[in-house]
Design a protein around this ligand. Sequence first.
Ligand code: FPP
Length: 254
Amino acid sequence: MSATGEVQTKVGSVDGFESPRHVAIIMDGNGRWAAARGLPRVEGHRRGVEALRKTVRAANELGISFLTIFSFSSENWSRPPSEIRDLLRLLRRFIRNDLVDLHKNNIRVRVIGERDDLDPDIRRLLQEAEDLTRGNDGCTLVVAFNYGARQEIARAARRLATEVAEGRLKASDITPELLSRHLDAPDIPDPDVIIRTSGEQRLSNFLLWQSAYSELVFVPINWPDFDRAALEGAIAEYRRRERRFGGLIAQTGS
Ligand code: FPP
């Protein structure tokens, strides 16, 4: 940890350029990928897990310090029960089968989202993944599971309200920085770039607070087709953007 409390990270590169520190991905289009091939939706999700494996490996090799993936949203509970069962089964399988490999590759796993209302076995698996990989200092894979940004901000507000009610904090001392420190993973820097696949162009309740200055890159392929080349392409697009953070001095993408 640095003096500011942020995790210190290694710097990697793509084609000799420094990689963005934090890449977040909305993995969209599994259903459309499957429909286009006359396959059941679950096949799209299965192939989505394979794309995820490739992407995590590539992110680690490219020296990306944080990779956040939107794996199950607070709103996904409104899908048909059979699809919810399939997605939960894939998550269980991903952690059971891939955790050892992730650990071997020095990847740290973190989880954001609401855990209290999850099945105890899923809660245990998520905790086990975090505990086993806690000491790793390669890429941090942040799994947004049962995650919604508005819900996360409401959780932070509740934590602050509790501190005020207990007399440990004055309401007038609440600043954006303090609210940031009450989010689910306060030590992780904001994403430099958020990538969404499938051509849809919206954030869908993903990292709304943290994306204030993130570059948004929308790629027209469905998630199961995403791979290292697509990741490098999205990073190249990010690099072409000027990041001004509300000021006047232009900064090129890192
Ligand atoms: C969007 O496709 C994707 C999801 C709802 C979940 C993403 C899940 C995976 C990549 C597999 C599971 C991985 C883990 C770690 C649980 P969609 O179904 O919304 O596609 P559509 O918009 O084309 O219907």
